[in-house]
Ligand binder design. Structure first.
Ligand code: R1P
Ligand code: URA
Length: 291
């Protein structure tokens, strides 16, 4: 049965509803960033740019860097946007948009997030890089999918016990990255561990401005979580959703974050733009080495 028009929405030109992309517009290697202004900060390094499009917070540039075809796409903020981006990217490669049916031969994209994040550990300082071995989903988006095959119950149970996770919040889901991409992107510059993905920037990440929050000691508990040496290194708003949907859809994903805040010490980077620029050049030079 073809997928109905209301479920797979196409624009009048045949492009995907939110991303405004057609299959020929994207490369197999895709860099995801939150901030739409970061797209240009990456594509300015390209030898050539063949395609640009922009709708809402979703900006895409596709071009070549040292001969490798790469797309850079901004997701905006949060796991809800990742639901849109991952489903539409997958539709571009794995659904025939003419017949509206899934293709028989599926394609795996290489998806690399270049984001910003807050460290939860004193020894992971501002201006460092974290590569997420696992995404720790604290926001609940993935619970709408059938996720049994991608969960990591032992780590989830340990996290629930050690943090006294309350039942009134969506239960945490732990999803592994693509180990193959991790090996391509890691170096002695990357801290590694589990990245918590929150549903918001303030209360959901333990920030108190004027509103009291339910669990003011959650960051402290996450800071002390330890599962056979695996720590919660940092917190942001996209990684676990990318890992979960990429894994369910058959894509490879890894997330790199520039640490711009340290929540354990209260420090903020003096020059976040430089740290992000350093992570961009680091990532691009690692990507060109991928076959
Ligand atoms: C919050 O300021 C935003 O910054 C982080 C968070 O995940 C969230 O999207 O990532 P980006 O800098 O990639 O947007
Ligand atoms: N992005 C986040 O989501 N949290 C931080 O603390 C910093 C960047």
């Amino acid at each position: 049965m073809p997928i109905k028009e209301s479920e797979l929405i196409l624009n009048p030109d045949g492009s995907l509803y939110h991303l405004s992309l057609k299959p020929e517009h994207i490369a197999n290697t895709i860099i995801l960033v939150g901030d739409q202004d970061r797209v240009e900060k990456i594509s300015k390094h390209f030898d050539s740019i063949e395609f640009k499009i922009h709708k809402r917070e979703f900006r895409t540039h596709t071009g070549f860097y040292k001969g490798k075809r790469i797309s850079v796409l901004s997701t905006g903020i949060g796991p809800d946007n990742i639901d849109i981006v991952l489903n539409e990217l997958d539709a571009l490669v794995n659904i025939d948009l003419e017949t509206r049916k899934p293709k028989e031969t599926l394609q795996s994209l290489n998806i690399i997030r270049v984001g910003t994040s807050g460290s939860l550990q004193k020894d992971i300082p501002v201006d460092s890089f974290v590569l997420s071995e696992y995404g720790l989903d604290l926001n609940g988006m993935l619970h709408f999918y059938q996720i049994d095959a991608i969960k990591t119950p032992e780590i989830e149970q340990a996290f629930i016990q050690q943090t006294h996770w309350s039942k009134d919040k969506a239960s945490p889901i732990v999803v592994k990255n693509s180990l193959w991409l991790e090996k391509k992107l890691e170096s002695n510059k990357t801290f590694k561990g589990m990245t918590a993905t929150a549903a918001g920037f303030y209360g959901p990440q333990g920030r108190i401005l004027r509103l009291p929050i339910k669990n003011p000691d959650l960051n402290h508990k996450m800071n002390h979580f330890n599962y056979h040496g695996l720590r919660v290194t940092n917190i942001e708003m996209e990684t676990s959703a990318i890992y979960g949907l990429a894994k369910l859809l058959g894509h490879h994903a890894v997330s790199l974050n520039a640490i711009i805040a340290n929540r354990a010490t209260g420090n903020f980077s003096r020059n976040p733009s430089k740290t992000i620029e350093d992570l961009i050049t680091y990532t691009l030079n690692k990507i060109v080495e991928i076959d």
